[in-house]
Write a protein that binds this ligand. Structure first.
Ligand SMILES: Cc1cc2nc3c(=O)[nH]c(=O)nc-3n(C[C@H](O)[C@H](O)[C@H](O)COP(=O)(O)OP(=O)(O)OC[C@H]3O[C@@H](n4cnc5c(N)ncnc54)[C@H](O)[C@@H]3O)c2cc1C
Length: 368
């Protein structure tokens, strides 16, 4: 089978299928480190912060909830398995969402109660519990909701681990763009941009915005998954004058901005800050400045930090439909895309859906 696209979703699909005994060919011009074809910066996966928010999700039933919970379980298993074979994926447990307004405190308290009823270990931290951290937190900060099972993994390490282990298991790689797709005998033919083609009984499309273009040019597909709109995100890597306090609880979220410590880098003096939400392809310097200074609320240690890197990337959001799109547009053809802000989190559950679909023979209802 052929997987088109080697972002986190395509790589997760390719690795999981290969790991389950299928012969996989992964097609992506950027897979060997070549420049990426997406406009607007790095691909989503190469710009993501890797924050995994499953238990903190505002719902507690339905498709999106199930996908998040399945992914959380799978990431744990996958990281363990990859680590055993020498491919570590650094992971930091814990996400603390801060409340900057009284209404947000109430919302977090309701969420904590609802999730406690499900047996999940979310805890509301009042000002007293936050006290040791307060000097280092942005203000206002009225309360926090801490989720110990949520966390953050290094997306770059995850991409590298899936690619290396997949190849060790026999996965093949073609560093080219897919230019077109057409039905061929009992399967599919993928034309490559550099000339030539590849054929397989199953094709999985996980090429970000390019998946829709490939589908649009395909006559007779039952559904194209609908349009995807790009939402650009900017992010920063900062060098801190001193490591964060030992009590820092993992990723901290304030007014939707993630403060992601990187304790594995430079003695804990690195922090990722992101990401902006900018519909379209253009990056706004004013939005980056707001991010850099937390809209004027950055504590001194953060304001004084040195910017080491800034980057931007695209996330693709389905228009008028819930993310992600996990669909079968035609027999033997699967679409795994439109993951918007949660592709790193949802990659394992998406791959599991793809494998389930292929192994069931493909004649199942369209949505997971
Ligand atoms: C700044 C930022 C921060 C983010 N933070 C998080 C986070 O903390 N947690 C989280 O879960 N998610 C986060 N996301 C979202 C996440 O990155 C995306 O949902 C995810 O990367 C989507 O993965 P993907 O594999 O579907 O697509 P992409 O990462 O876009 O990968 C698509 C791949 O397809 C390839 N391709 C394109 N055209 C072709 C073609 N014609 N033929 C073959 N290959 C092709 C590209 O080279 C690319 O490798 C963030 C996104 C951004 C931009």
């Amino acid at each position: 089978m052929i997987v088109v696209g080697a972002g986190i979703v395509g790589l997760a699909c390719a690795w999981w299928l290969q790991r389950r005994g299928h012969q996989v060919l992964l097609v992506d011009p950027a897979v060997g480190g070549a420049p990426e074809p997406e406009a607007g910066g790095r691909s989503g996966s190469r710009s993501a912060l890797g924050v995994l928010m499953a238990d903190l999700f505002h719902r507690d039933r339905g498709r999106a909830w199930e996908l998040r919970q399945r992914s959380l379980r799978l990431w744990h298993l996958w990281r363990t398995e990859l680590g055993r074979r020498g491919h570590d994926v650094p992971h930091r447990a814990g996400v603390l969402v801060l409340a900057a307004e009284p209404a947000e405190t109430e919302r977090l308290a309701r969420l904590a109660a609802a999730k406690r009823d499900l047996g999940l270990p979310l805890r509301l931290w009042d000002r007293q519990r936050l006290e040791p951290l307060l000097p280092s937190l942005p203000r206002p900060c009225l309360a926090g909701l801490h989720s110990p099972r949520d966390g953050q993994l290094d997306p770059g390490a995850a991409l590298a681990a899936l690619a290396a282990d997949g190849q060790a298991l026999g996965m093949a790689i073609r560093a080219q763009a897919a230019a077109a797709l057409e039905p061929h005998r009992t399967g599919w033919r993928v034309a490559l941009a550099g000339g030539g083609h590849e054929e397989a009984a199953w094709v999985v499309l996980a090429a970000g915005g390019a998946s829709v273009t490939l589908l649009e040019n395909l006559q007779g597909a039952g559904t194209t998954g609908g349009p995807l709109e790009p939402v650009l995100g900017q992010a920063l890597e900062l060098e801190l004058a001193a490591p964060l306090p030992a009590a820092w609880p993992g990723t901290v979220v304030w007014r939707g901005i993630n403060l992601v410590p990187r304790p594995d880098l430079e003695g804990g003096r690195r922090l990722w800050l992101g990401a902006t939400l900018e519909p379209g392809l253009g990056a706004d310097p004013a939005r980056l400045a707001d991010l850099r200074h937390l809209m004027g609320a950055a504590p001194d240690w953060l304001s004084g930090a040195r910017v080491l890197q800034r980057w931007q990337g695209l996330r693709f959001r389905p228009v008028g439909r819930p993310a992600p799109l996990l669909e079968q547009p035609a027999p033997g053809l699967l679409l795994a895309g439109g993951h918007y802000r949660n592709g790193v989190l949802l990659a394992p559950a998406s791959a599991a859906w793809v494998a389930d679909r292929i192994e069931a023979g493909g004649d199942l209802p369209s949505q997971p």
